[in-house]
Ligand binder design. Structure first.
Ligand code: ADP
Ligand code: ZN
Length: 626
């Protein structure tokens, strides 16, 4: 795109052609994947359900129709979004590219609310963001009706649409009310978007939002730039530290933990180790949460240690890794959480460490939840699929995609593809273990936990062995040939497969009915050897922490990049917006590589639209001056 003369600029500013809008407003050369088809379909006034992975580019799927339809005189697009906290940045990003947008939520003063409502009612606004409870309240419904009467209600975009389904993992009561949009305004097109949905959730979403007549656009769920690795727990803190130090020094990342306590402890510990980390969980004061989230979005290279309370709607593009210290509930949750890495398309890691305790905990959480049996059954099935992924010896991505109904070939970018794990036949070992648990019961009507069980199998003379006379059991010492780790892997499998349950305060072990088939040797158990996750093998940059710049930027280009980043930080803080809203890292990297010397050259860089060129062009050329 060249610099636009003011006449051409006026023309571009009034174009309703989606590609022109993409190029002129957003500065991107071409649509990605199914974006074009979706945008055309919705701009023409049809309903759609869009399933696209995180980072796939969902926002443009409603933003461009909203702009095109607004320019065609159709009025305001209402964007339903679950997270009040993030509306500010989304709206800020639109205003940065010159699109008039606003949000309505409880954080606004009465004055601001009234001003925004006036703008909306006049149809001047292109997009209005609001939470579901706002959209469905009486006052807002009356405003929509008035807009509608005057032909100024253009489109409904429902983001994170999986929240409407109880099968999904983010169910929100107020999403159920959204079916009223269709009932009250049947002729206003609707677009529902989500990054996560298995078949069941998908069907549920269509029914509850009454999208039976909508066209469904399903993109590939693959995120090829994310490398998946699931490793066995063995001193998880040290594993995490090594992972961050070796592969992500100075990078922004998220570490998920299950409990609030563990979040606090892990964040404190990382800080002691010299890694800047912030805690985030629902037990923190909301002001603290907001502050930590803002810092994570705005500062470079922070690690957020969080429960799953953190993350939905976080669209920070340069998160370089997502690490899990505890097992998520299921594959949808895992995929959505890991999907927050690498939205900008650059290399990113999804790293998870799991052990026996995770398997036991997740099983117990389901068993002890107050939900009805049907629900528990579904949850168990979902957990099983995740455990199978964790224990898999073959391509992780093939399994992940298969879970979402997609066929694929081994990816070459997961731990198992890069370093195929050795396997061993654990069938005999499993029989020994089960029979040992059985003997405990036979011997003294007692149950024991994993530690003692493994001691007995390995023939260790401990006080406890003496106390219970377990050295006289026929299974004492029959497993001396295997390491403690190998035995843990066997037990983990047996628990994962439901042949053994761990109960009570001490996780004592009990056989289930299905254990019989294993004892009889009717079930084969192939186990993976414990291996460390492969390294990415990045060239270590001199100075380590200083810069997480793309590896190809060296010499002058690297100094240009750093100067551009410093300039961007200034603009971002002046506008109170995250740096990536001003320009993405990738856009700055291109500028540093190409070193444009005219507005024309600058405008041809991906991510530089007309408004940004006008606002920042001269400043950038000054920064780039040789
Ligand atoms: P999603 O909401 O699906 O997770 P986003 O809408 O946030 O994804 O888009 C992810 C990133 O990709 C954003 O930074 C966006 O600007 C960028 N992007 C989207 N579509 C395109 C495109 N056609 N060309 C270049 N970049 C794009
Ligand atoms: Zn693979």
């Amino acid at each position: 795109m060249s610099v636009l003369s003011s006449a051409a600029s006026d023309q571009a500013a009034s174009s309703t052609e989606p590609l022109t809008i993409l190029q002129d407003v957003f500065g991107y050369a071409a649509f990605r994947g199914q974006q074009q088809a979706i945008v055309d379909h919705v701009t023409a006034g049809n309903d759609a359900l869009v399933l696209m992975p995180t980072g796939g580019g969902k926002s443009l799927c409603y933003q461009i129709p909203a702009i095109a339809r607004h320019r065609a005189g159709k009025g305001v697009t209402v964007v339903v979004s679950p997270l009040i906290a993030l509306m500010h940045d989304q709206v800020g990003a639109l205003e940065e590219v010159g699109v008039h947008a606003a949000f309505l939520n409880s954080s606004l003063s009465q004055e601001d609310t009234q001003r925004i409502e006036r703008e909306m009612m006049a149809g001047r606004m292109v997009m209005l963001y609001a939470a579901p409870e706002r959209v469905t309240n009486l006052r807002f419904q009356a405003q929509l009706a008035s807009l509608h009467e005057r032909g100024l209600l253009s489109l409904f975009a429902i983001d994170e649409a999986h929240c409407v389904s109880q099968w999904g993992h983010d169910f929100r009561e107020d999403y159920l009310q959204l079916s009223m949009l269709h009932e009250r305004f049947p002729d206003v097109p609707r677009l529902a978007l989500t990054a996560t949905a298995d078949d069941q959730t998908r069907a549920d979403m269509i029914e509850r939002l009454q999208l039976q007549d909508a066209r469904v656009f399903i993109s590939s769920f693959d995120r090829p730039n994310i490398r998946y690795a699931l490793v066995e727990k063995d001193n998880p803190r040290q594993q995490l530290l090594r992972f961050i130090r070796d592969e992500h020094d100075g990078d922004a990342g998220i570490v998920y933990c299950q409990s609030r306590k563990k979040v606090e402890e892990t964040a404190a510990w990382l800080n002691e180790q010299g890694i800047s980390a912030l805690p985030y969980h629902a037990g923190l004061d909301s002001a603290v949460r907001q502050k930590h989230q803002d810092r994570f979005l705005r500062e470079d290279g922070l690690v957020m240690v969080a429960t799953i309370a953190f993350g939905m709607g976080i669209d920070k593009p340069d998160v370089r890794f997502v690490a899990h210290l505890d097992l998520p509930k299921n594959i949808e949750a895992y995929y959505q959480e890991t999907g927050r890495a690498g939205r900008d398309g650059g290399d990113a890691d999804a790293w998870l460490t799991y052990g026996l305790a995770d398997v036991v905990n997740q099983r117990r959480m389901i068993d002890e939840s107050p939900a009805h049996d049907d629900f528990k059954r579904v949850q168990r099935g979902k957990l099983d699929a995740l455990l199978a992924l964790a224990e898999a010896h073959d391509c992780r991505r093939v399994r992940l995609l298969a879970y979402f109904g997609e066929e694929s070939q081994p990816c070459g970018n997961c731990d198992n593809c890069l370093h195929p794990p050795a396997t061993w036949d654990g069938t005999e070992a499993a029989r020994k273990m089960l029979s040992c648990i059985y003997r405990f019961w036979q011997h003294g009507r007692q149950r024991f936990g994993a530690g003692h069980l493994i001691d007995v199998l390995r023939g260790k003379q401990t006080d406890k062995v003496q106390q219970y006379g377990h050295h006289s059991l026929s299974t004492f010492g029959v497993g001396a040939d295997l390491s403690e780790n190998q035995w843990r892997a066997v037990l983990r499998q047996l628990v994962a497969l439901g042949h053994v349950v761990a109960e009570g305060e001490f996780n004592t072990l009990t056989l289930t009915d299905s254990a019989r088939a294993v004892l009889k040797g009717e079930v084969n158990l192939t186990l993976r050897e414990a291996v460390e996750a492969p390294r990415r093998g990045r060239a270590t940059k001199s100075g380590g922490k200083a810069s997480s710049a793309p590896a190809d930027l060296i010499g002058d280009a690297l100094s240009r990049y750093n100067e551009l980043k410093a300039w961007r930080a200034g603009v971002a803080s002046e506008h109170n917006l995250p740096a990536y809203v001003v320009f993405h890292d990738a856009t700055l990297a291109d500028m540093a590589r190409i070193s444009p010397q005219s507005l024309g050259e600058l405008g041809s860089i991906s991510g530089v639209g007309a408004k940004k060129l006008e606002a920042y062009g001269e400043q950038l050329l000054a920064v780039l001056q040789p």
